[in-house]
Design a protein around this ligand. Structure first.
Ligand code: AMP
Length: 445
């Protein structure tokens, strides 16, 4: 199957071919004809599947197709609105729009917070066919009456689950109320909670439904590895692993912004070039870190879940969970940065006694146990007691999560549950399972 057989115009196929894509990915094979047909779409796909081109290419085709032209008089209006949860991802998606549409006469624009609004206002006075926006800044423009959404023909909600996790539901509803009733709606989400289903029910009209395998949850080309280690030895272990394996490019996840900063500083002190990206960093600092990471001059990028969303680095060989995420789906999102497009990748998790419950949740989601290895010199203390997991004030890990999902308190309680230690271990009195034996007491309930 080729891009041209999917019904895309020659100009688009040419741009895609120049980008080096030879064949559409599974999500593209399904999404492109569905979007070209003009109907609504509900797609289960996460970053790494090629979903961006899956919606961008047919949107470009439809907007450049003379037979589906918008109003003929007046200044051309915004015809497609792509809503994205994070700034980085919005910038990347708009870059893709520009690249795939380079042989078309369509204009696009990124509208994100964290940067001066005035250049955006100026840009909006010129022709913008496709607007790629984060919800908060878009509403700033709505309030200032600098954007007109009344002619939008196609709406995309990308990473809808993440938008809800980040607390954008009210913003999204406000934006929806400003759009014409008659339009094409495309919703992409990696996971389908009841909240997402409710959003989809209210938004979509007889949608085509497609779901591509969560390739990263089951991908054979990603090797998972768990290193049990004491809480206070994690930094030293990470430094050791980077040096020992001579990892040239590592994306490291921490749970908090503060933790990201501290870890990056520690690595730099140990002569490993590292930078942290998270919500408190300025947009220019984040952009700089990302581009240095992409061009290979930065060895380690330390990121929180939200900030790392959508980092698009081809062939990233190593992803490290310095701390496990509170929500098991985030593990899947995190490792979605490695093992892309058939390349092999490694997902390494440094797990201390506080995190066994989180590890069990992740393994339940993946429906497999993750192989464990103790690094000599970093053997965990078998008598260590679990402590409540700190999320740090203002960290995204504790914010905007729907109530009732995994919380630091329940994690700690889960880990602290008395368990029966296997005979001869001498354990069982602390409530903390001896790390190397932590599987034997029924983590899989
Ligand atoms: P996405 O899921 O949209 O974030 O895309 C993941 C990665 O796959 C990006 O680096 C894209 O450039 C790349 N990609 C998208 N479509 C294709 C394709 N048909 N062939 C090869 N790579 C692709």
């Amino acid at each position: 199957m080729s891009f041209s057989t999917l019904g895309l115009s020659d100009e688009i196929v040419r741009a895609v071919t120049e980008r080096g894509y030879t064949a559409p990915t599974p999500i593209q094979m399904q999404a492109i004809p569905a979007v070209l047909s003009g109907g609504d779409l509900l797609a289960g796909a996460q970053t790494g599947t090629g979903k961006t081109a899956g919606f961008t290419l047919p949107i470009l085709h439809r907007l450049s197709d003379a037979s589906v032209k918008g109003p003929s008089s007046g200044r051309p209006p915004i015809r497609a609105l792509i809503l994205i949860p994070t700034r980085e991802l919005a910038a990347q998606v708009e870059e893709s729009v520009r690249e795939y549409g380079k042989y078309l006469k369509l204009n696009s624009m990124t509208m994100i917070g964290g940067v001066n609004i005035n250049p955006q206002i100026t840009k909006l006075k010129s022709r913008v066919d496709i607007l790629v926006a984060t919800p908060g800044r878009l509403l700033d423009h709505v309030q200032q009456k600098t954007v007109d959404l009344s002619h939008v023909e196609i709406l995309v909600l990308d990473e809808a689950d993440r938008m809800l996790d980040m607390g954008f539901i009210r913003d999204i509803k406000k934006i929806l109320a400003l759009l014409p009733k008659h339009r094409q709606n495309l919703l992409f989400s990696a996971t389908f909670s009841d909240e997402i289903k409710a959003l989809a029910d209210g938004l979509l009209n007889k949608p085509a439904m497609i779901e591509v395998a969560r390739r990263n949850a089951t991908a054979d080309n990603v090797a998972h590895k768990v290193y049990p280690v004491d809480r206070d030895k994690k930094r030293a272990l990470l430094t050791h692993l980077i040096r020992q394996h001579n990892w040239s490019q590592v994306l490291v996840f921490t749970r908090t912004k503060h933790g990201a900063n501290q870890l990056a500083e520690h690595l730099v002190k140990n002569d490993i070039p590292a930078l942290a990206i998270h919500g408190n960093k300025s947009q220019s600092a984040r952009t700089r870190a990302l581009s240095e990471f992409k061009d290979g001059s930065l060895r380690v990028l330390v990121a929180t879940d939200i900030a790392a969303r959508g980092i698009d680095v081809v062939d990233l060989p190593h992803v490290v969970n310095f701390e496990l995420p509170n929500v098991p789906e985030d593990y899947v999102h995190r490792i979605g940065r490695t093992g892309r497009a058939g390349a092999s990748g490694e997902a390494v998790s440094l797990v201390c006694v506080d995190e066994y419950k989180l590890l069990a949740d992740i393994e339940r989601l993946l429906k497999r146990e993750l192989p464990e290895e103790v690094v000599p010199g970093f053997e965990p203390d078998r008598n260590a007691k679990p402590e409540p997991i700190q999320n740090g004030r203002g960290s995204m890990a504790g914010r905007g999560r729907p109530a009732g999902r995994s919380s630091p308190r329940s994690s700690a309680q889960g880990a602290a549950k008395p368990r029966t230690a296997p005979a001869g271990t001498g354990g069982g009195n602390t409530g903390a399972r001896p790390p190397s034996l932590h599987r034997s007491g029924g983590r899989h309930r």
